[in-house]
Every structure is written in structure tokens, then in C-alpha cells.
Write a new protein. Structure first.
Length: 160
């Protein structure tokens, strides 16, 4: 597996993976899917957008950007997406570890996740294994596809 900065040719695969997560509706807060134009703009506007390439195919990605500004500008935020056909292959772990290093290299001191859905147990387990600290629970902070509300669990840790 190779994790690298995205290039223009990666955009169609990145959009497919990103939109898959958006359509599943149980992890990302976004409801709008990306197209070629909005996808390139979105991924290009991040502090870092990286892809995980396995056997020549993009199988996952992350975006990294500031979580806030000014006195809190040293805190980054990141989102991860792994293609459903590649889940369970430790791509997510590799993406999180790469983002921790990239965040540190970019001058961020902390990586924070604002809205990890309580039922996303695979992500929560991974984050805790990698030393992220839970900040508590925001009850009913995420609207699920069926209209019901689920709790979210913010996490943080220092960067590498």
C-alpha cells in the first residue's frame, strides 16, 4: 500500500469513495455528493488530501485541514474514507497514521475529530487503539438517514 498526495487522475476514484460514504449516511455529516468540479475544488482546498493506493487502485483517502482559526489554529481535523470493497484491510489505520504525521509536518499540534458517530464502532476502536482520547458524548448530535438522531463522540490526540 502506498499513501501519497492525490493527483488530478485520482479524482474520479476519490469522488466515488467519498460519495459512497455520504450515501451510506452514517459517518459523514455531508449530505451533498461531489461531482468532477466540486470534487476537485474540495480536495484541492484542503491542507492535505491523500490517497491510499493498493495494487494501482485508489482504495481510500483522507482530507486534513484546520479545525479552527487563530488561537485554536494549531488543531487540525481530518476525515477518512475507505472503499467498501477494501474495508477490513487496515487501510483506515494507515490513513490515520499518515494524517497524524502530515498534520505534525504542517505545524498542527493536535488532531481532533468532531463528530464520530457512536455506532461507528470500527472507527472508534481504531482511534482508541491509536491513542486518541474521547472527549465525551454529544447526545443526538448526528441525524441518521432514517431521521433518527445518534450520539457523536469527539476525539483528540497530539500529532506525530
Amino acid at each position: 500500500m502506498e499513501i501519497r498526495q492525490f493527483c488530478r487522475n485520482d479524482i474520479p476514484a476519490m469522488i466515488d469513495i467519498w460519495n459512497e460514504i455520504v450515501r451510506e449516511g452514517d459517518a459523514f455529516p455531508q449530505e451533498e455528493t461531489l461531482d468532477e468540479e466540486t470534487g476537485f475544488s474540495f480536495f484541492s482546498s484542503q491542507s492535505r488530501s491523500a490517497v491510499a493506493v493498493v495494487e494501482g487502485k485508489v482504495r481510500g483517502l483522507y482530507v486534513l485541514h484546520p479545525n479552527n482559526i487563530g488561537r485554536c489554529g494549531h488543531i487540525a481535523n481530518s476525515s477518512y474514507a475507505v472503499s467498501s470493497c477494501s474495508r477490513g484491510e487496515h487501510i483506515g489505520r494507515a490513513l490515520v497514521l499518515d494524517s497524524l504525521k502530515a498534520a505534525g509536518d504542517l505545524g498542527f499540534r493536535i488532531l481532533q475529530f468532531n463528530a464520530v458517530v457512536r455506532t461507528n464502532t470500527a472507527a472508534r476502536k481504531l482511534y482508541e487503539e491509536l491513542g486518541f482520547h474521547p472527549l465525551g458524548i454529544i447526545e443526538k448530535g448526528f441525524r441518521m438517514p432514517d431521521g433518527e438522531y445518534e450520539d457523536i463522540c469527539p476525539y483528540w490526540r497530539e500529532t506525530l
